[in-house]
Design a protein. Structure first.
Lengths: 255, 235
């Protein structure tokens, strides 16, 4: 298994896209911090950037990479290897290189400018979000044979998680403004890893006051250690469930 | 060695395999023939575990292949169209396979590799290779790890006459070592002096599985190609 992970990582590093992605993250992170005089403000700007770009690059690059490795997998499947190991090696190789790109591109600037618990939390959230979106694209590619369709679904999923979901939440908030749905909102936020990550960071910054009463309810829940742990556990489930389902499906897939 | 028990496989509306049962033993050289799209490649891929049958079981040395994956170490497979990672070169592909198979360098069968003069182009990228050269790589890989079973899907398609002859000689030598060889081919004349059994498939069904001697006797034709043409006309 370790050999296949090694082959995947070497192959990805040879592919210049991931290096370009690292340099892009590095440039934007450094410039965001140097533009703001207050590094906590810089962290907030960076948060929005990271939550927008990291999922997009993770899901699209992974989807295209998996389709392009169809031959590689076909070759490996006819060899004395467990199918589960082939699939998981590909997952570890891909998520490993994407996380590495994120840690170099954004992790180092954050450590340089804001080595606080909030900074570490941001690195943690960025890492988990990267792995979640790699896992989600494993799920989409295992179910769609057609490359164009698979990439299309990945883009739609990204639009849903980054844009549509917030719109739906806002719509619900307005429709049910007369009812006490703030507590339900805590549960609804678990349905979108990007939102969950955003809430976790926002609550540690002063800007959560802007979120009004809902913000106060969120603070009551996510502000506590138990709440934060539950939030992180939910994020881990967002990795584990897609990986498990896709592995099971890949085990019975015709190549 | 390999036992197929009532294998069914459906691709959408197409029935690729329709309760196929057969037994293949060591020392046999089997030609799998039939019209295009009759399920030959699907059958081969099922044995390799690349296609998962809907129904039925495949036993390799008495063990169900669904619960086993190590059996593939005993198979050398040459696909009809060898598909390799485009940005790896020949040397890297060979290294990767050696790595996966965990064999010692000295014990490997590199006869074909040298016969095809591949060592002189180890740094060529797979994506730039011609179809024939790619087939040479596939053939070399299939024989490299001394497998007991050789599965060759259209082995000579795309090879030049010289390479095809080299490959054929190699197959005969391996056959004499008592290995099980499974070949699909459309060109019947080149199988004449090679095979011991013929399996004929049509529309996913296995029509017959006979030794060549029986077939020659039944049809009264000395040449295999004629004997088979005789049968195909009757079907």
């Amino acid at each position: 298994m370790r050999k296949i992970i090694k082959f995947v990582i070497i192959d990805i590093l040879r592919n210049k896209i991931v290096i370009a992605y690292t340099l892009f993250l590095l440039a934007t992170s450094l410039s965001v911090f140097s533009l703001e005089d207050n590094s906590s403000k810089g962290l907030l700007s960076l948060l929005n950037l990271i939550l927008f770009i990291v999922p997009l690059v993770s899901i699209i690059f992974t989807t295209i990479y998996i389709y392009n490795s169809a031959e590689f997998m076909e070759l490996l499947v006819s060899q004395p290897l467990r199918r589960k190991n082939i699939w998981l090696s590909l997952f570890f190789g891909l998520s490993g290189s994407m996380v590495l790109a994120f840690l170099i591109g954004s992790g180092i600037p954050i450590l340089l400018h804001e080595a606080s618990p909030t900074g570490f939390m941001m690195i943690g959230v960025g890492t988990i979000i990267t792995i979640i979106f790699v896992a989600i694209s494993f799920l989409t590619t295992v179910y769609t044979r057609d490359k164009a369709k698979g990439i299309g679904i990945s883009i739609l999923l990204w639009i849903y998680f980054s844009l549509l979901f917030d719109g739906i939440v806002l719509f619900l908030l307005f429709q049910f403004a007369d009812y006490p749905i703030e507590k339900i909102m805590v549960g609804v936020s678990a349905l979108n890893p990007i939102d969950l990550g955003r809430i976790l960071i926002l609550l540690r910054l002063d800007e959560s006051a802007l979120m009004g009463y809902t913000g106060a309810v969120f603070k009551d829940f996510f502000g506590t250690t138990i709440g934060t742990s539950i939030a992180f556990a939910t994020l881990v489930l967002w990795i584990a469930i897609p990986v498990m389902i896709s592995t099971r499906k890949f085990n019975r897939k015709d190549l | 060695m390999i036992e197929l028990q009532a294998i069914d496989k459906q691709f959408g509306k197409l029935k690729a395999l329709d309760s196929v049962s057969a037994t293949f033993r060591l020392g046999e050289c089997i030609a799998l023939i039939g019209p295009n799209g009759c399920g030959k490649t699907t059958l081969i891929k099922s044995i390799l575990g690349m296609v998962v049958p809907d129904k039925g079981t495949i036993l390799f040395n008495g063990k169900d292949i669904r619960k086993d994956w190590q059996y593939r170490a005993q198979i050398g497979y040459m696909p009809q169209i060898g598909r390799y990672p485009e940005n790896m070169n020949i040397g890297q592909v060979l290294d990767m396979m050696r790595n996966i198979r965990k064999e010692n360098h000295s014990q490997m069968d590199e006869e074909l590799l040298h016969a095809f003069q591949l060592p002189s182009m180890l740094d060529k990228r797979m994506g730039t290779l011609s179809g024939g050269t790619r087939q040479k790589v596939s053939a070399s890989l299939a024989f490299m790890f001394h497998p007991d079973v050789l599965i060759l899907d259209e082995p000579t398609a795309g090879l030049d006459p010289l390479a095809a002859e080299l490959l054929k000689e190699k197959i005969i030598r391996e056959k004499e070592k008592g290995k099980l060889i499974l070949i699909t081919s459309h060109i019947l004349s080149e199988l004449d002096d090679l095979i011991t059994h013929i399996v004929y498939m049509q529309e996913g069904q296995l029509k017959f599985n006979k030794t060549t001697d029986v077939l020659r006797e039944e049809t009264g034709e000395a040449r295999l190609s004629k004997a088979i043409a005789h049968i195909m006309q009757k079907q």
